[in-house]
Design a protein around this ligand. Structure first.
Ligand code: MG
Length: 233
């Protein structure tokens, strides 16, 4: 990877689930199995999708509510086991969203851009995605749930900014949930929402998205507007 540092470099930080990859079937299936393993009725698909992006145990607590203290830990373990099994099976299906790879290719080629990841997934989960889609080497900084509090805490974005040495206002988070937008704004970064993930467009806008994209093809133009705005300061 070329060294890109200095006050004019832009950091583009991607969320993973619901933004780069469509993991909803895997997540919903693993959640069904985790709840079944503990003799519990599974939450609805809509409930599950509303918490994707949070770190796993935080997500579980939100789903089980009353008995969260007793159940969140065991359900988290059951979910991890179910997800791991699914990854080994023929049901494994976590496709990149249309246009994602081309967008990463275009941005990787730019001298004024470095790429990062901020995800509620574990490091192991991110590595599995990198292996699956051959994405290794594209990201200058990768922040996971293993090392930070759950989104919307700004820790992941602040760490990505520190690791790459960019100015906070030159960092932009691309994500599909309100957690991503709030995390970005709390870290002093910009936020771009994507409309193909798991939270509604209006919620993203209300949480601080400067724009909500309807296709990856629109990303370059949205970023360019940010870059030019910063350059003009
Ligand atoms: Mg997401």
């Amino acid at each position: 990877m070329k060294a890109r540092k200095g006050p004019h470099v832009n950091l583009v930080i991607f969320d993973v689930d619901g933004t780069l990859i469509d993991s909803q079937n895997m997540i919903v299936t693993a959640m069904d199995r985790a709840f079944a393993a503990h003799g519990l009725a599974a939450p609805s698909r809509a409930e599950v999708l509303s918490i994707v992006g949070l770190s796993l145990e935080t997500a579980m607590r939100a789903l089980v509510k009353e008995e969260a203290d007793a159940l969140a830990g065991p359900l988290t373990e059951a979910y991890k086991a179910a997800f791991f099994d699914l990854r080994q099976s023929e049901e494994h299906h976590e496709p990149l969203f249309p246009g994602a790879l081309a967008a990463l290719d275009r941005l990787s080629g730019r001298e004024d851009v470095v790429l990062g990841i901020a995800t509620g997934k574990s490091r192991r989960g991110v590595n599995a995605i990198m292996d699956l889609h051959n994405l290794h080497g594209r990201f200058a900084t990768i922040q996971t749930a293993d090392d930070h509090p759950s989104k919307p805490n700004p820790g992941m974005v602040s760490a990505a900014i520190a690791e790459t040495g960019v100015l906070p206002q030159r960092a932009t988070v691309i994500g599909d949930t309100t957690f991503d937008m709030e995390m970005a704004r709390a870290a002093g970064a910009r936020a771009i929402g994507v409309g193909w993930g798991y939270h509604p467009n209006e919620a993203l806008a209300a949480a601080g998205a400067q724009i909500v994209l309807s296709h990856f093809d629109e990303l370059d133009r949205a970023l360019e507007a940010h870059f030019l705005e910063e350059a003009a300061r």
